[in-house]
Design a protein around this ligand. Structure first.
Ligand code: ADP
Ligand code: MG
Length: 698
């Protein structure tokens, strides 16, 4: 109906279902559809036909290469390009892309983190086509989403476990739905909507800050006189330079079939958000990786730098990635939709309870999965959720659940039906829950919003944990319901299961202020874990209950979990080591020489004033001298500590020592630099300040 709009190219760079229907022979298309609907498997001939159609389409769109695209155990994606052109039998060039090349690729895995799953000499890694996520084109390359495994089949990536967990939650949800009488449901899908926060600064500032360039965050920098106290940035008018950046981002995303929907200024100066419409968890996570990459690359084109780090600037809000989660049946029913009368919607109540039980059983895993060295700076900083996991349900749903628990006959709760903010509107949609920004997990009407996840992280692991733990709770529910003959008895039993779960897990429900000091005490009284650093949450992977959860659902083997512990510890340690080395370099090559230069200026003036030098000069000389002494002294300690740390042979112990001994030293050194910056003269101090980066040139 609408022609010649920017949306004409929507999805033009993605090999989606519509294209497959148009371009594949009907039997091939049908086989693919059946495979997606979990009713069949994909054979070689079908793969060959799909590969051929993909190649034709890709070549028509000016591609020269194809690439298996995968998610190694880092936060980015990996790719190796192969061109389509090969010599044919007659020596003439041929353009080839077989079903085999589509399904399987081999690459050298030795330079990816494996946590010892692979000895160095066992270098083979294999990529296998994930046919549930569509292939797409970027910069002349046809990208094929894949999983990445070792020669022995162990996962070396984040996608393979995610896909297994999607399978597990589908099976468990379908069991419960079927047992409650809806036998038409064949499978269920977890769906995810990811809101991505980021900062934008002018590229010229970025390039002058070695800390941003190498570590993604500022390791020093005094607060700007203005912060976010006037609350004038959130949802404010978007600067035109940023608007044109967002426009280019959206156009790229729409071409890739990504429904980029919301965009706005975030709370901190120079901070923004983009949110696409939710889709199945696997695709949403693939798309989020693309969004992060497109944000960064588009920023470069606009002479900007996009910062995805969780806390690029101290003392102002950091960035998160809100993970909105629900489960949908293959016929489109949202299992977290309460309907008009939640109290009578036994299926909704059971799925709520399964969620509550899952979160209360594995809070440590969730905390670990949503974090990293970077996110440690954000969690619990009075702007982001605390490191304590709790769930906010909203008073309406909370009352319904408590009434069930208390066996109250009248379990319905009420939303104010007279709610009418504007005269003359007969239809007024009203949410069944208010917002609680301080809660790490909030029920927001028909989905859960998980707010702990760090902005730079892949959302795979957190969804793998959510899927697995909810699947376990649902399977236990299904086991209890199985074999009951009459549907009324099933409902009675379901209600008593809800009662039992609420009774055992109500400690995780909290609607108060998650940022308050009282909550920390209250959470302790309730026995909720408060793990303040990421590294201390890593061993939760190897808790007996975690090993049981993941191995019984076939998501991770114990060996893979051990490897993950090593990988996370090593990444954590390397992140802090890089920060330490960067700060040392900055101090030696930039900060100390600047201080000396300043001291020289003051010293010369002092001498020139002879005995009449004002106190100000003397005080400033003293101050700068003290800063120099402090920095120098602490750099010596830092170097000694680094040597000691690096003598520790065990990865985890080493990482813990980095946390305990290196990180605090970085803060101590920073203190002197920041104090110096406050009094530094503008002519001498030529490093971009917070004021420059957050308030200028946008
Ligand atoms: P906000 O959290 O700012 O209110 P929205 O309501 O727009 O933002 O939703 C945030 C994200 O949640 C979007 O990506 C949206 O598509 C997604 N979302 C909406 N409904 C669901 C659902 N049922 N399951 C999962 N994600 C959802
Ligand atoms: Mg949100």
């Amino acid at each position: 109906m609408y022609k010649n709009t920017v949306f004409d190219d929507f999805g033009s760079l993605v090999f989606n279902e519509k294209l497959m229907e148009e371009r594949l022979p009907r039997p091939v298309y049908n086989t693919w559809k059946k495979t997606i609907a979990k009713e069949g498997t994909l054979d070689r001939a079908t793969a060959d036909a799909i590969a051929h159609a993909m190649k034709t389409w890709a070549l028509e769109n000016n591609t020269t290469h194809f690439s298996h695209w995968f998610h190694p155990m880092t936060s980015t994606t990996a790719e190796k390009h192969d061109s389509f052109v090969e010599p044919g039998d007659s020596g003439e060039p041929l353009l080839r892309f077989s079903g085999k090349s589509l399904i399987k690729g081999e690459s050298d895995a030795s330079s990816f983190p494996s946590g010892g799953l692979r000895a160095t000499f066992e270098a083979r890694g294999y990529t296998y086509w994930d046919f549930t996520s569509p292939a797409f084109i970027r910069d002349r390359v046809l990208y094929i989403p894949t999983v990445f495994v070792s020669y022995n089949g162990e996962s070396l990536d984040k996608k393979a476990p995610l896909l297994k967990s999607i399978e597990a939650i589908s099976t468990a949800s379908t069991r419960v739905v079927n047992l409650l009488g809806d036998k038409d449901v064949k499978y269920c899908t977890p769906v995810v909507g990811l809101e991505q926060e980021y900062f934008l600064i002018d590229k010229s500032f970025y390039e002058k800050r070695l800390d941003l360039l190498l570590t993604g965050r500022t390791l020093f920098g005094a607060c700007a006189p203005k912060g976010q106290e006037l609350e004038d940035h959130y949802f404010g008018n978007i600067p035109s330079r940023v608007n044109s950046f967002m426009n280019d981002v959206n156009i790229d995303l729409w071409k890739l079939g990504i429904y980029a929907k919301a965009e706005h200024n975030e709370a901190a100066p120079a901070q923004f958000e983009i949110a696409p419409i939710f889709s199945n968890a696997n695709i949403a996570i693939d798309q989020n990786q693309l969004i992060m990459d497109i944000l960064k690359k588009t920023a470069e084109k606009h002479n900007l730098a996009c910062l995805l780090h969780e806390k690029p600037f101290s003392k102002i809000n950091g960035s998160g990635k809100h993970n909105n989660y629900s489960i949908i049946t293959n016929d489109g029913q949202n299992l977290y939709s309460p309907g008009d009368k939640p109290s009578e919607n036994i299926r909704f109540l059971l799925f709520m309870c399964a969620f509550i039980k899952a979160v209360d059983t594995y809070p440590e895993l969730l905390r670990m999965a949503s974090s990293s060295a970077g996110n440690d700076h954000r969690l619990g900083s009075s702007e982001a959720p605390p490191a304590i996991i709790s769930i906010y349900l909203g008073s309406y749903i909370e009352t319904v659940l408590y009434n069930i628990y208390k066996s109250d006959k009248n379990i319905e709760s009420h939303i104010d039906k007279n709610f009418n903010p504007i005269h003359g509107l007969s239809y007024i949609p009203h949410d069944n829950a208010d917002r609680n920004r301080t809660s790490p997990i909030a029920f927001t009407g028909n989905k859960f919003e998980f707010r702990m996840l760090g902005s730079s992280l892949s959302a795979s692991l957190v969804n793998t944990v959510l899927n697995s733990s909810i699947a376990e709770a649902l399977n236990e529910i299904a086991d209890s319901l199985e074999g009951i003959k009459y549907i009324n008895d099933v409902r009675d039993k379901a209600l008593s299961l809800c009662q039992e779960i609420i009774s055992n897990h109500k400690r995780i429900i909290f609607s108060g202020d998650g940022y308050s000091k009282e909550w920390i005490k209250e959470a302790k009284r309730r026995g909720l874990p408060n793990i303040t650093s990421f590294i201390e949450s890593v061993p939760s992977l190897l808790d007996d209950k975690s090993i049981h959860l993941f191995t019984s659902l076939n998501i991770y083997s114990e060996k893979e979990l051990r490897a993950h512990e090593d990988i996370f510890a090593e990444q954590y340690q390397k992140t802090i080591e890089l920060e330490a080395k960067t700060l040392i370099k900055i101090c030696k090559n930039e900060i100390l020489p600047l201080m000396v230069k300043e001291l020289k200026l003051y010293g010369e003036t002092y001498n020139a004033c002879n005995k009449l030098a004002p106190n100000y000069l003397v005080e400033t000389i003293k101050k700068i001298s003290t800063f120099i002494e402090n920095i120098n002294k602490n750099l010596i300690v830092l170097n000694e500590q680094l040597t000691l740390c690096n003598q520790i042979p065990y990865v985890y112990e080493k990482a813990l020592k980095y946390h305990n001994d290196i990180s605090p030293l970085l803060c101590v050194i920073r203190e002197s630099i920041d104090k110096y910056e406050i009094i530094a003269s503008k002519d001498i101090y030529d490093i971009p300040t917070y004021t420059d980066m957050l308030f200028k040139k946008l």
